[in-house]
Design a protein around this ligand. Structure first.
Ligand code: GDP
Ligand code: MG
Length: 353
């Protein structure tokens, strides 16, 4: 198999990382490794066999709609999305800008289809990338049937949350508050953050949860379903996300990069899948490029003696294997493209709109 022609505008500054010595096992941090969300809904009870469900029944008994997650970066919106959907549809990390696209996660149960819109954290735009992200956040919040303000219980309620709350008050939909990371709080802190959440005056629907541990999700979910309008389903019942496969695979690789790098690198990295081949039943070959903005960022990503990129490759390969259900050979190259975050053509190609 040959690698496709490189875009001539790319700088010839690249590094092969797919070959070479066998990768060593990575050292996992607390946030690393193959991490499966806690499923909160068991789709086997009762089975979804009603033909009326497939493609969306018209019978008036079912509810269906869009629920947008708003909140500061790091509040746990993507973790909560995965917990509700019961599959890893969104990547997570403690770095801002982990979520760049509006991802739809779909939960179908016999009585309802809930489409979660997981959004980037609300922030001040500073380049084309963050400008696009913010416009998308605004329009998705406007279009949703229900908005959930996800608060970071560990950090408490701050000016950023008050700003988002003021935006949400202007929306037509119902707003619900989820106070996340309750697993990190003692009684007094719980009380303080729930009081601060109530003072945002977004209504009485405040749910203390732990997205990571799966605590408190079911009551939140039942409440959200009750707020959805009646109507046919929007997605096939076996679909858990609207993301094309190549985008999800690229995101899984980017997750491993941002979890292992610091300072500017997590913001500067984007991953694009160039090719996915399946030469045998039990093997996928994935060719991917990791874009950074400067040679020094590239140096950080490669690491001393290529150690960093080998660790990233090993961890990413495990994620891809879990997702694809086969063995995976991952060929990951690091490339420099200056200012891709301000380059609209690059953002279009990366499908960030
Ligand atoms: N302790 C704790 N950590 C959480 C919880 N939910 C999310 N996190 C962590 O918070 C960080 C940010 O989560 P993420 O879902 O990416 O936040 P987002 O930026 O709002 O999408 C990650 O490191 C998560 O593992 C939780 O309920 N408890
Ligand atoms: Mg996120």
């Amino acid at each position: 198999m040959t690698r496709p022609e490189q875009d001539p505008s790319d700088e010839p500054d690249e590094e092969r990382t797919g070959d070479g010595p066998p990768p060593r096992e990575p050292v996992y941090g607390p946030d690393d490794g193959v991490e499966l969300p806690v499923p909160v809904y068991d789709p086997t009870i009762p089975p979804l066999t009603d033909p009326d469900l497939e493609g969306g029944g018209e019978s008036g008994s079912k509810r269906s709609g869009f629920v947008a997650f708003a909140g500061r970066p790091n509040a746990g919106k993507s973790t909560l999305t995965n917990a509700i959907v019961g599959a890893k549809v969104a990547i997570t990390s403690d770095k801002p800008q982990t979520t760049r696209r509006a991802i739809r996660g779909v939960l179908t149960r016999p009585d309802a289809q809930l489409v979660i819109v997981d959004l980037p954290g609300v922030q001040k735009p500073k380049d084309s990338l963050t400008g696009r992200m913010q416009r998308r956040v605004d329009s998705e919040i406007r279009d949703a049937d229900v908005q959930v303000l996800v608060l970071n219980g560990q950090e408490g309620v701050g000016p950023g949350d008050r700003y988002i709350a003021s935006q949400l008050k202007q929306q037509r939909g119902t707003t619900v508050i989820a106070v996340n990371k309750m697993d990190t709080l003692n009684r007094a802190q719980e009380l303080a953050v729930l009081t601060a959440a109530a003072n945002l005056e977004l209504g009485d629907d405040i749910f203390p949860i732990s997205a990571r541990k799966g605590h408190g999700i079911q009551p939140l979910l039942d409440h959200l379903v009750g707020l959805l309008p009646r109507g046919p389903f929007f997605f096939p019942i076996d679909e858990s996300s609207d993301q094309p496969q190549h985008v999800l695979l690229a995101e899984l690789i980017r997750e491993q990069i941002i979890r292992r790098t610091f300072q500017e690198v997590p913001h500067a990295v984007e991953v694009a899948i160039e090719e996915v081949d399946r030469p045998g039943d039990n093997l996928h070959i994935v060719l991917a490029n990791a874009w950074v903005e400067t040679p020094s960022q590239k140096g950080i990503l490669i690491g001393a003696g290529g150690k960093m990129i080998r660790n990233i490759g090993t961890a990413a390969r495990k994620e891809l294997q879990r997702e694809l259900g086969t063995k995976v050979h991952l060929d990951l190259q690091v490339k420099v493209r200056r200012n891709w975050r301000s380059d609209d053509a690059a953002l279009d190609r990366l499908e960030i709109d």
